[in-house]
Design a protein around this ligand. Sequence first.
Ligand code: ASP
Length: 594
Amino acid sequence: MSFPSWLSQLYRGLSRPIRRTTQPIWGSLYRSLVQSSQRRNPEFSSFAVRTNTCGELRSSHLGQEVTLCGWIQYRRQNTFLVLRDFHGLVQVVIPQDESAASVRKILCEAPVESVVQVSGTVISRPAGQENPKMPTGEIEIKVKTAELLNACKKLPFEIKDFMKKTEALRLQYRYLDLRSFQMQYNLRLRSQMVMKMREYLCNLHGFVDIETPTLFKRTPGGAKEFLVPSREPGKFYSLPQSPQQFKQLLMVGGLDRYFQVARCYRDEGSRPDRQPEFTQIDIEMSFVDQTGIQSLIEGLLQYSWPNDKDPVVVPFPTVTFTEALATYGTDKPDTRFGMKIIDISDVFRNTEIGFLQDVLSKPHGTVKAICIPEGAKYLKRKDIESIRKFAADHFNQCSLLGKLRLECADLLETRGMVLRDPTLFSFLWVVDFPLFLPKEENPRELESAHHPFTAPHPSDIHLLYTEPKKARSQHYDLVLNGNEIGGGSIRIHNAELQRYILATLLKEDVKMLSHLLQALDYGAPPHGGIALGLDRLICLVTGSPSIRDVIAFPKSFRGHDLMSNAPDSIPSEELKPYHIRVSWPTDSKAERAH
Ligand code: ASP
């Protein structure tokens, strides 16, 4: 999308009439909340010295005296200057007459990307000089006064979207990278979607936005947590991987519809498209079942969906975990295309092919296939060879066919077949996950497939005491185009069951969770919730190549902030109050000595 339409499309959602789906619950407070959310086009120039934004001026402004502030995008032959702000570009005519010598000097000498303020009149461009490609292309500004607000030194890269720059350089000078149209679009779209989510949750459905602590204590299971030293010897806070416990405790506290745009932290080391700190739309509610949460999320996404995309169609289809694995070879299938896995064991029942006979003679042995549509036409001999190699490299992983399906889709697309329509958003619920999975490091022990607070499937509770591995859970994931964008569950609200799962089945130290277990004993209501990964969702909506493109100040692949150089070292003096001493690895000691 280009400058012409994006901003107005982004903000058009604001004027959409709000359908009231719940009864007013707080009288006038509720009414004023709803009214304030019905505000129309935002005022982009209120409280500022400018009268207008650069991008908003049109023929309808002809004759108006305006003051604009912006960055110099480029200058042409000392006659024209193009001024840019977040809204767009506008052409400013550099005055040539002697009486305007000082204005001309400022506008001709200021380097590109300097920030200037100009005042003048909106005039129409001479006939034949209109630029239909520019939304402001019918007009230009006849300048009267100009002020250089701040000059710009030579830049490390040009602020033009089409200029290729390495990601490391973009992250090092993030504040410059943010000036690009694409980053402006991504961050503004993100803000819009979050605003509409708040509106939907709080104003239409009575949710309460509550902040929970980010200094917490270590919690059992799940991802590794970041530790924060305290001044008490040997004691540490930890940064929560999600507000899971707090949101459940809020239910016990009677705040029965909670949500938060929550910052979460996971110390998972370098992963290509993960961030050590990320944002979730975190939701919990009482007296609800799985279908209630699913409908809430479908409504939320439908309501907050950007207006420049095709509307979200609800309800989303649902598959069980078992079906997803059998049909797509993964629990997060990309359902934009077919190429499903088919069981062809029956065809080979009487085969004489040795290795197939071998497989089919085993207890759960099956022969499965995927059909590649028009594969013979699109795939070259070397593609078939690379598929064969891929299969050999991943042999014996049960996820092989799922990976192969995606690999073949990639190959077909590089050969020109359009398989995954980039404008299509294919949502899918995956349900009926197992409650437990074997631990990777010790398959005889169990770990929670979601987290230890997830309730078992009502019809499988008896299995917890006989064959816990077979118990299904009330855990649901939301998948979009093959990416997990959310997950949640109905929770255990019975302290005894929670204690049994933690202590007996998961072998966790229940003392660490005594506060939660105690709370469940004091009349905890039945409850459930979900969290949507906001960064990934916005990344998919904007079609960005990486989640870093939808975060204002992301960390690099290795978890570093390339702009400020965090994490950074701390003088040992400053570590003393925390009773901490660094034990340097031998090679880095040598490095420091140089
Ligand atoms: N806290 C969970 C997570 O971060 C989501 C939930 O169960 O609501 O995955």
